[in-house]
Structures are given as structure tokens and as C-alpha cells.
Design a protein around this ligand. Sequence first.
Ligand code: KG4
Ligand code: ZN
Length: 350
Amino acid sequence: MSCVLGIETTCDETACAVVEDGRWVRSNVVRTQIDLHEKYGGVVPEIAARAHIEWLNDIISEAMARAGVSASDLTGIGVAHCPGLVGCLLIGVSAAKALAYAWDKPLVGVNHVHAHLYAGALVPAEKAADIMARSLEQPPLPALGLVISGGHTTLFEVENFNALHRLGATIDDAVGEAFDKVAAILQLGYPGGPLVEKLSRHGHANAVKFPLSLLGKESLDFSFSGLKTAVLYHVNGRRGTQRTSADLSEQQRADTAAAFERTVVEILEIKVRRAMAMRRYGSLIVGGGVSANQAVRSMLQRVAQEAGMALILPAMEYCTDNAAMIAGLAAELFKQGQTADLDLSVIATA
Ligand code: KG4
Ligand code: ZN
């Protein structure tokens, strides 16, 4: 049996988790810094890094206590070392190195974006008894991977979890970032994704037509900044007008949210279908905060079913940033013989 401690400090969540055999989540502690950054309208790297320093020791202790494990039970430590805010990454990586050294445990660096794709394998340990097979069934490979988060929108060819090749990515805003910006335009609050989703349930997606930005005919890259600007002009009017979302009726606001969400779903569907037409994949693996969106999930289910492919989606609690996905992928990397030395470095972009 393996028992891996995962540490996640790439951005504005301080998180630690313990995962057994790469699958069973014994504990998953996530402390968000939303309150600290709200008044600045975005994450302030310096404030985020300081909060990680202050909180991380407690979060690690809490994750170990909730999992009921001590250092001697751990088989290794995994830490998100890329991509992210450098000052934030350094806190998690320094803590992981110190623990690996003090406890004499193997260490491995995990790519946060790749870990989002591993999230679909995770199951809370208390549900393990309900699931007959306690071994981790690998999704049929190669898989098509799609990460849709606040920082990334990327399509991958997944040969295995140690070999992911990027097929395309956003050239401007990430899809979650577009949800957050549209939420700001509609004055809904932060993080915007769940709030836009909630509002769009009362709206008519056909009431407004926003442009579909698809880039080249074959392109697997994404662009969401034009869509965000189209929503801005629709709500606030062109430059020079004084309108805000407060001048729209409740129905008009809901229609705007629904039309935006529908446009995002259409763009994602077209790109996934394009990638599927280029190579035969055994499964479709999706992760990241936006994979919590029901309209996105339904579209993916339909597309995968039509193609006869398995669809691997994370349980809701593992869609947004967490350390269980870091521990899970770390367990997989350990299994493949990967470890890092104590000079493991952080990488801002990867
Ligand atoms: O994966 P994540 O926690 O962080 C990054 O790695 O970036 O994703 C956070 C993003 C935010 O932009 C948030 O608005 C979006 O995921 N999100 C959603 C939903 N839940 C979270 N977007 C659309 N619908 C949702 N239900
Ligand atoms: Zn993330």
C-alpha cells in the first residue's frame, strides 16, 4: 500500500492531502485565500505567498490528523512545483523538501495542470467500500485530455501520466478567467464561475448572440478575450456610455449569463471534436474548476457517448484546486520510478 502526502501552493489555495494507493483520498484540506484578495480584484502574489507561509504548517498537520497517519505511514511526498506564482510555489516546495529530508521520504515534483487530469481517479476513502475493485483502473490510453481552469485551457494527448503532449492552449484568457470576468461585468462576485452558472439557469441562451472565436480552421488553440469584450459591450455599451449591469433587468442579466455560458460550451465542444477527429483516443479526460459546470459536463457526456469513448470527469470536490490530485499524480509518478532530489526547482510556466 502507498500513502502519499500532497502539497499545493501554486496560487491562492493552501492545500494538503493524503491519498492511499493513488486513488483513495484519506484527507483533503483546502484553505482558500479569497477573502484576502477580494478587495484588490485579483490575486496579489506577495499576499498569497505570505498566507501560504503562515498557514501551511497547520494545513499539513490537519491533513495528517484527518487521515489518521503519522510520518512513518507515509511512502512519499508530492508537491506542485509548476506552473504557478513563483513566490507561492517556493513555499510549498521548500516545505516538501524539509519534510522529505527530516522524515527521509522520497520526493517528487508534480505539474499542477497535469494533476487536474488525474483528479478523475480520486475517490473519498470512506466510499472505497462501495467500489468493488480497489485497484486503479487506468482509463483507456492514449486519452484526449482537456484542462479547463482559472489559469489554463489546454488540450493534451495523454500517452500516460508521465507523457502528456500539448495539442493546443488558450492564446489569451483561460476559460475560468472568462467566467470570472463576466461575473465581474454582471457584478456577481468572485469566484465567478459558479455564480454565472447559477444565474444562467434563469436565462434564455438564444436571447443574445455572442461571437464564436475559433481561430484557424484546424486550430486547437482557444481564445476567450473577444467573447469577454463582447459581453462587456453588450452590458456596458460601447466606450463612452455610462451603462452598467444595474441598468439591465434581472431577465436580461440572466439571458447574458446563459448566452455566454452557451457560447463557451460550444467553443469547447468544437475544439474537443476537432481534436478527436485528428486521432483515435480511448478516452476523454477532463479536469479543472470549469469541469464543475453542469452545462460543460452534459456536453462532454454527450460528445464522449457519441464517440463511444470513456469519459473521466472529477467528482465535484476535486474539480477546483486541491492537493489530493497532487498526491494522486505523485503516487503514479513514484510508481513509474520518478523521484526528485532536494534541489527540485520551481517553474512559473510549464
Ligand atoms: O482549477 P481551479 O480551481 O484553479 C486554477 O487552477 O486556475 O479553477 C478555478 C476556476 C475559476 O475561474 C472559477 O470561476 C471556475 O474555475 N469555476 C467554474 C465553476 N466552478 C469553478 N466555472 C464555471 N462553472 C462552475 N461551476
Ligand atoms: Zn488549478
